[in-house]
Design a protein around this ligand. Structure first.
Ligand SMILES: [Zn+2]
Ligand SMILES: [Zn+2]
Length: 272
């Protein structure tokens, strides 16, 4: 599996000199399982991924990808109207969300591209776009890739994905607030994973002022990673107010408790 980050920022894009190193685009992670492409969330980072994809089969209208959407808050879908491969006839995209919110996913994607919001309707995009409902807490196999889901604790709901392929596993858990006790469904999903990408939007001190906002901390991410025997933890959904320097200071504190922790960074590519 090959993974590349295209958007790691939470809530709103944050361009500017303070965010150059870690990036300002909102959530989008590409995961290649051999030749199959999975895209986790369609935040503004999707635009950049789309430009890169145009150089290969997607530019010729022969591309195919599965896009797993955690939930439909703007920062997780706003890149789709600017995703150039979706404008090429012949390309095919499966947009997936859990069944409970999938109706909401399809509706939200159409609303985002109503004329009052954007000049091109979703139905006018020439590529083939198919919505697929996944069962909450269930498993599916797409092209030999096992995808498992678990519900997250977030206003309006959100969904975590685990991808298993060729003996390697990645869990993507963006936009979740931890509970008093560990989230057992998420713990089960994360069990023995090679990599956990986790919502560490708030520092423990900031969290005290933002209870109920639906986001978590590095401290809770580490607790989860340790209990689930996860090998590596990537801090994700960076707070818009955190500069590159802030993030590195936060990482330094976190690393004392879990050495295999890193900051997700736009453009970072790794092989699992
Ligand atoms: Zn978000
Ligand atoms: Zn959200």
């Amino acid at each position: 599996m090959r993974l590349k980050y295209y958007g790691v920022r939470g809530s709103i894009p944050t361009p500017g000199p303070q965010t150059i190193r870690y990036g300002g685009n909102t959530p989008c992670v590409a995961l290649w399982c051999d030749d199959n492409l999975l895209i986790l969330d369609a935040g503004t980072g999707l635009r950049v991924l789309g430009e890169e994809l145009m150089a290969n089969s997607f530019g010729k209208g022969q591309g195919k990808a599965t896009i797993l959407i955690s939930h439909t808050h703007w920062d997780h879908i706003q890149g789709f109207p600017f995703f150039r491969p979706a404008y090429i006839k012949g390309n095919s995209f499966g947009l997936c969300g859990v069944a409970k919110t999938n109706k909401g996913l399809e509706t939200a994607m159409h609303h985002q591209q109503e004329y009052r919001n954007f000049p091109v309707l979703l139905g006018q995009m020439p590529s083939r776009i198919v919505f697929t409902a996944l069962e909450e807490g269930g498993q599916v196999n797409i092209d030999g890739i096992r995808i498992s889901t678990a519900p997250l604790n977030h206003p309006g709901g959100s969904c975590a994905y685990r991808v298993d392929f060729n003996g390697r596993s990645v869990v993507y858990a963006s936009d979740t607030e931890h509970f008093e006790n560990i989230d057992l469904r998420l713990l089960t999903l994360c069990r023995d994973a090679d990599l956990l990408i986790y919502d560490t939007m708030f520092t423990p001190a900031e969290y005290e002022k933002h209870r109920g906002w639906g986001h978590s901390t590095w401290q809770e991410g580490i607790t989860l990673a340790k209990q689930a025997n996860v090998k590596a933890l990537h801090m994700f959904h960076h707070q818009p107010g955190h500069s590159d320097d802030d993030l590195e200071n936060i990482l330094e504190s976190a690393r004392e408790h879990f050495p295999a922790i890193s900051l997700a960074k736009e453009g970072w590519e790794l092989t699992l």
